[in-house]
Design a protein around this ligand. Structure first.
Ligand code: ZN
Length: 258
């Protein structure tokens, strides 16, 4: 079934979004944002990606961002087909930040001791293949546990983590998320930062692009799920997987342009 939203959340639309962002804002990673102090660019965008489904579609968005000089932060769950070292390392090599999308409290059915042990193990799994400084919780919508509650009893700083993408960010950011396949959807539940009132609203990606071009917003914090953005040029990615060891990101980029 095709509805109008299928024509919105596409790779082509993502490219338009990146183009508008690159023209109007300087991108910073979550780590850069947390360590910049007063040195943040005058107008900046935090481009955050939660990789919930498969890892592969992230290569597509990562390459497009690289093309526009945008540095994003990619949070990967520590699950099969998502924690894929070859993909994670390629994305890091493009200049993006890699983060850990944790869900150990819901994985452990609310057992805090189990959850924090698993958290430590998964942090080490990431550190064995990439640099890891920040985390974001996965909002397991069917679970009764909120993974952030882990930090009521423990401190992620004990693991060398400098920030959490929901808990550590400023109140003054203009927040947009594609959860629910519509920006600022009311179906977002846990994806919204609690108590946040939204000054600017966008329903479609075109609305968001218009807002970006309007110059009204000083900064932006976008959360986008790469695997929800469909592509008409998906075949290159399949080829990329088959020949993963031999394909450079450059070659993949050339293929995507064809
Ligand atoms: Zn998630």
């Amino acid at each position: 079934m095709l509805d109008f939203q299928d024509l919105d959340f596409t790779t082509e639309k993502f490219r338009e979004l990146c183009s508008a962002l690159a023209e109007n804002y300087t991108s910073v990673t979550i780590e850069q944002y947390l360590t910049a102090g007063n040195d943040l660019p005058e107008r900046f965008v935090l481009m955050r990606h939660d990789v919930d489904g498969k890892a592969i579609p992230s290569l597509r968005t990562a390459l497009i961002e690289k093309e526009f000089g945008i540095r994003a932060t990619y949070y990967f769950r520590a699950k099969r087909n998502i924690y894929v070292p070859e993909v994670i390392q390629q994305i890091e090599a493009m200049g993006h930040e890699i983060g850990y999308h944790y869900e150990t409290l819901s994985d452990s059915n609310g057992d805090y001791e189990k959850a924090i042990k698993l958290f430590g193990e998964e942090v080490q799994r990431f550190r064995s293949i990439c640099t890891l400084k920040t985390i974001s919780m996965h909002g397991a919508s069917l679970s009764k546990y909120d993974n952030r509650d882990l930090w009521n009893r423990y401190d992620f700083k004990d693991f060398g983590i400098i920030g959490e993408a929901y808990l550590s960010l400023g109140e003054d950011l203009n927040y947009f998320t594609d959860t629910g396949r519509g920006w600022n959807s009311k179906n977002n539940l846990r994806d919204f930062i609690p108590g946040r009132t939204q000054k600017f609203v966008a329903e479609t990606t075109d609305d968001l692009i218009r807002l970006i071009g309007s110059g009204k917003m000083e900064n932006l914090y976008i959360t986008l799920h790469p695997d929800r953005w469909t592509s008409t040029t998906f075949r290159w990615a399949l080829f990329w997987v088959q020949d993963l060891a031999f394909n450079s990101a450059k070659k993949a980029l050339r293929m995507m342009r064809k």
